[in-house]
Design a protein around this ligand. Structure first.
Ligand code: GLN
Ligand code: ZN
Length: 743
């Protein structure tokens, strides 16, 4: 019998109680010095390694622990430094400045890591001088060894790294070729230091782009095979299938494949004989991206079938565990759901149970986990009947006719102005909420505070002269968690944080049961705001696609059904707002684009379902009620048709950083519904000038019918300071007033 090993691909950096975030933010705020930061992080790094060791992982990753982001670490390792930051010592302060920007220079862009909610720092190649800097990866590997764990180094592979980069005059292939000798140098140093193998992450190979990258991928791995023959490379992929007829032929020691998110295709290709038996198979069998306990019996069967196709089998999570919370230990959840959950640490136990079963014939832990899973499965979380057909998924009249009625009701001026929803979540706002959550202040006191904030900001908006006002979202911690706390079927954990970008963590709610709306969620605050002004106040909701995408979803029913359940709940809230007299309702869908599957063969289906759910949640209103939506990105490209078929009366979108492209997309399909292109970038503390805003509006008006055009900032204003917001919005309104006079 062959023995099985276990490995891990990456562990959450945050720490059980977000110690990582706290240390880094304290350093930024100059509350601790570099020495203290280093000491805290070393302690945390060691703890993370130790947890994995104590949970019996054979091969523990080294190099996944980072000060900010592993892609940025790779950039620093190879001296790919954005031009504006060049000439400084390559150290942690440089790293933070590239990631966050400083007084002189803007930060590098942040982009979603494949189809996850993790963001990486985009490498910039303009005028770079690649070389190996202080070899931090080697340091991390040595650190892990000193901590007494059996570590293997992890690095982003050259093809993926270049694919995620921008800038520079070199072609794609030239960039890869520039990097190959540098990778070689690092690989050699690691092998010399005792690395048994190196995990080279190449998730780009699961995307549609992989086909065009075959030649350079082959060249890269043939180079390594020839130049560093004593180094064992494991080519690691995740989040989808690979084309095994190609990847299987690459000259590497092992292949890491995802058997959870591959839609069954990796296993199928193996059964078709496309996996060379002499290679080690690193099989991702435990879901690295969701929080549910593994059906361990099913995994046992999977291992049995894989065993006949390789001589060396390593079982591991399907991806880095970066995307799930650390542990269930401190959660106080009822057993009925808890037994069905598994966070990073618990996932390691699942792997251990399987290893014990196969290697030692010891089924103790296996049986325990199996029984737990069965108890969980035997409960029925499917209790409600939904009558989807009774809810409208199409507005009763076409946009043009609705618009006439809405214009009558709202009576808005030429180029109406509005904002995207949130106003600053000041320290005070966050403090009141924390005090209230921890029972330090009463419900009444908290509500009174929220009301005061709403009133203050309604006055500010009136004063500035905006046309459609918002209540400001002061009662919300987060646009998804807030709804998760209030709707049935969701569970909100205490410490279930995952890293979103840098030190920012989110706590996705867990959808475990049927979603149901039982009482109004936002009506009170919205109505209060409306009672203070004669101008329309826009109700503010999060849409079904975004709520689903930013939650951990149940897997016992199809994803589209969960999405439609949420849609019906949002529809109830939309109707409750309408019933209460609210005339404008915004349903935000910022996650619609990022949820697009990696494989294009699923795009159409995904978009159809997304559009359907959005429409279920917004189509039952009267013609005269105006539905808005908002998205915070601007590269629509192929999804622009879907955006149009949402049939929202008004869409507001982020644009200030790529104006031209966006208008092009909208022009190509003659977008003829209401549209507000963000006229200034809210991510920067800079106050825009009247001239800039006027130019942006005029540029848009060359392509977009004036009667459809709205003027608004790029996104919500919750991360800005109060003074910045007041000044920026004043400039915005002034610019519009001039344009109105001139016309
Ligand atoms: N209404 C939300 C806000 O203003 C929208 C946030 C978002 O688009 N991510 O904060
Ligand atoms: Zn936004």
């Amino acid at each position: 019998m062959m023995t099985i090993k276990t490995a891990n691909l990456g562990f959450p950096r945050l720490g059980k109680k977000r110690e990582w975030k706290k240390a880094i933010e304290s350093y930024w705020a100059k509350k601790i010095d570099k020495a203290e930061l280093d000491q805290t992080l070393q302690g945390l790094h060691k703890e993370i390694l130790t947890i994995q060791k104590e949970h019996h992982v054979d091969q523990i990753p080294a190099g996944d622990f980072s000060l900010y982001d592993h892609v940025l670490d790779t950039s620093l390792l190879f001296n790919i430094i954005p031009e504006r930051f060049q000439g400084r010592p390559v150290d942690d302060d440089l790293l933070f400045d590239i990631a966050r920007g400083n007084k002189e220079h803007v930060a590098s862009a942040l982009i979603k890591w494949f189809n996850t909610n993790y963001h990486y720092i985009v490498p910039e190649w303009d005028n770079v001088s690649p070389k190996v800097n202080n070899n931090v990866l080697l340091e991390k590997f040595n650190f892990s060894k000193e901590a007494g764990v059996n570590a293997h180094p992890v690095i982003v592979g050259p093809v993926t790294y270049v694919a995620l980069s921008k800038g520079g005059d070199q072609s794609f292939d030239e960039k890869v070729r520039t990097l190959l000798p540098l990778y070689k140098e690092v690989f050699e140093s690691l092998t010399e230091a005792g690395a048994e193998y190196i995990q080279v992450d190449e998730p780009i190979l699961v995307t549609d782009e992989a086909k065009e990258l075959q030649d350079i991928t082959k060249e890269a791995y043939e180079f390594f095979n020839k130049e560093v023959p004593s180094t064992n490379l494991v080519l690691q992929t995740y989040f989808e299938r690979v084309d095994l007829s190609f990847v299987g032929q690459l000259p590497v020691y092992g292949l890491g494949l995802d058997f959870v998110h591959d839609n069954g295709f990796n296993l199928k290709q193996i059964k078709d004989g496309l996996f060379p038996k002499e290679k080690a198979l690193f099989a991702g069998i435990v879901d690295g991206r969701n929080v549910w306990a593994t059906n361990i019996e099913e995994k046992k069967a999977l291992i049995e079938s894989l065993q006949s196709y390789t001589e060396e089998l390593v079982i591991q999570p399907s991806s880095s565990l970066l995307h799930v919370p650390v542990t269930l230990e401190e959660e106080t959840l009822g057993d009925s759901v808890r037994e069905g959950l598994s966070f990073a640490t618990e996932k390691l136990d699942e792997l251990y149970a399987l290893k014990q079963l196969f290697n030692e014939n010891d089924d103790t832990l296996y049986n325990e986990l199996k029984a737990q899973f069965e108890r969980f499965e035997s409960q029925s979380f499917k209790q409600l009947e939904y009558d989807y057909d009774s809810v409208k998924s199409e507005r009763s009249t076409p946009f043009k006719e609705r618009k006439v009625l809405q214009d009558e009701v709202l009576n808005l001026p030429d180029l109406p102005t509005t904002t995207i929803g949130s106003f600053p979540q000041s320290t005070e706002v966050r403090k009141y909420r924390a005090d209230w959550k921890n029972n330090r202040i009463s419900d009444e006191k908290y509500e009174e505070f929220v009301q005061n904030e709403i009133k203050r900001w309604i006055d500010i908006q009136e004063e500035i002269g905006l046309d459609v006002l918002v209540h400001g979202e002061f009662e919300r911690n987060d646009m998804v968690e807030f709804f998760g706390e209030k709707l049935n079927g969701f569970l909100v954990t205490k410490f279930g944080w995952v890293q979103s970008y840098g030190s920012r963590a989110v706590k996705p709610p867990i959808i475990y049961g049927d979603v149901k709306w039982t009482a109004p969620l936002t009506v009170k605050e919205t109505l209060y705001a409306q009672s203070l002004t004669d101008k329309p106040v826009k109700g503010m909701l999060t849409g079904p696609v975004t709520i689903l995408n930013w939650s951990f979803e149940r897997v016992d029913i199809p994803r589209s059904e969960v999405q439609d359940q949420i849609a019906l709940a949002i529809n109830e809230e939309v109707l409750a707002l309408e019933e209460a007299g609210i005339k404008v309702i915004q349903v935000d869908e910022p996650a619609l684009r990022e949820g697009l599957p990696l494989s294009s063969e699923y795009h159409e289906d995904y978009l159809n379902k997304a559009v359907h759910s959005f429409r279920l949640s917004t189509s039952s209103v009267q013609d005269s009620t105006q539905i808005h939506t908002h998205m915070c990105y601007s590269q629509f490209g192929q999804i622009i048709h879907a955006i149009k078929s949402l049939d929202a009366d008004v869409i507001s979108i982020e644009t200030s950083r790529s104006h031209g492209d966006l208008i092009q997309d909208f022009e190509d399909i003659t977008y003829d519904l209401g549209i507000g292109l963000g006229v200034y970038d809210i991510h920067s503390p800079r106050i825009p000038t009247e001239e800039e805003i006027t130019v942006a509006i005029n540029r848009a008006l060359q392509k977009i019918d004036r009667s459809l055009f709205w003027v608004n900032p790029d996104c919500g204003l919750k991360t800005r300071q109060e003074e910045e917001v007041k000044q920026a919005l004043t400039v915005l309104v002034k610019s519009v007033e001039k344009l109105r006079q001139d016309s």
